[in-house]
Design a protein around this ligand. Sequence first.
Ligand code: OXD
Ligand code: MN
Length: 580
Amino acid sequence: MTTKLSALQSWVDQAASHTQPDAIHWCTGTDTEYREMIKTMVSDGTLTALNEKHYPNCYLHRSDPNDVARVEHLTFVCTEKEEDAGPNNHWMQPEAAHARVDALFDGCMQGRTMYVIPYCMGPIDSPYSRCGVEITDSLYVVVNMKLMTRMGDKALQRIEDEGTFVKGLHSTGDLDPERRLIMHFPHELTIKSIGSGYGGNALLGKKCHALRIASYQARQEGWLAEHMLIVGLESPEGETHYLACAFPSACGKTNLAMLIPPESLPGWKIRTLGDDIAWLHLDDDGQLRAINPESGYFGVVPGTNEKTNKNAYDMIMHDTIFTNVAITADNDPWWEGKTDGTPAIDWQGRVFDAAKGKAAHPNSRFTVAASNNPSYSSFADAPEGVVISAIVFGGRRKELAPLVYEAKNWEHGVLIGAGVASETTAANIGEVGVVRRDPMAMQPFCGYNFADYWAHWLSFAERAEKLPKIFHVNWFRQSSDGEFLWPGFGENLRVLRWIIDRCENRVDANETPIGFLPHPEDIDTSDLDISPAAMQTLTSIDRDQWRAEMESVGEYLESYGDRLPEALRKQQRSIAAALA
Ligand code: OXD
Ligand code: MN
């Protein structure tokens, strides 16, 4: 097959002469194509079929043990001027970057097939969607892209009509981390990734396109590409609100997006629109609307069970690709936190031996179509998206951050987002459990200088008619003896309810220098085993700790130098002064 779009055809021809594949396959995106690809991978050992009775149409893939997470230190944003990429990114000059990565692509697809995947991020007929084409030599990537994006003929048609698309060239190369690079060229709407077959390094529609390149595009075009879940909450009275929540990787976005109301809150209905990425646009009425550019989930498996996330647990019992989980003697997938079965073979394919480490890799993942989700919202396919009532930031913090607080206004909310900090997780190669700043949960994903990004966020105050309120939550606060103070999971609805009540001006709050905190009695804790003292800790601030925090936020912001928007500096100073 070919395309009538000459820009696409010549890019594919050029990639083919550069990487020299034996064959080229244009992906049509049909279910038949998917099934045939799965069959090929089962016969060559790329996938293992799991127990067909317990897990129909489920497969296990084991990635190279050196290739199990994102690699921020090998991920580059390549702009002419280093300051345009900003201190938040690793930078390389574009010409030098192309030369370096192109040398690795030379002849790398010899003996392999090149797959051309046209895809659309967002509903095919949405004006807010954007398209891309990924070229890859990995069939595993193709089937993941089929589950995660709207890919194939319809996307190609839109690309041919529009004439523009993001170019993503990917090869697994030789999987040597020394020859692994993930390069972004925002001005060229181009991504080049080599040396990894795993997750966000390889499924280029996700982090590379829908966040790094899209955030750059969004700034030019006046919208936002964010690391946010989108969830709809319908109260027993039939009132619906949509929230967009930004938490760092592996901090529970999927769980919150698929929340099951606890028995103590009957009548609430929770519907998932997205679990990882939101594109936010101002509509003609000046309200912020969100679409989820993805159509599937690439979620962390460990910890998923009937109690923590029954929807996810049920969702991944069929038509799912697992990566790096363990298996039982019955050939069922197994992971830490699964309440039945025992691991026989670990994620590396070895007989399980607890002395050698965990059975499933802590960053093992499921890939599954969003439509498998029992709480899937049909609005995820709505071209116009949904109006967002509240934006919620959050992180994983043992100390300091209260359960929930509300920004005083949009500018203050942007400061709260810019100051987000969280403990690092296994989603990236590197140390786990270290607190680092992760503004808007976008530290690994913003395709340009954070200072310019914050200025862009601030600009919405002038351009919008009605903006969502901004909140910050922390589900992970611990007591001095290391116990979680808040039960989390489904019980988080109690906090979301307060957020909605604040959006509707139905509940009073306690004004503090860091924002509005709930009166403890306004968070319903009936049926919860939580002491008044714990609630007091969760709904108050320690001024000494917050003084130190605001000083640290100030130092962090100043590291962006002259480009830092004055409005943020002012917000930080006024809060620091109020705490003094
Ligand atoms: C993800 C991540 O995979 O944020 O979603 O790392
Ligand atoms: Mn993510």
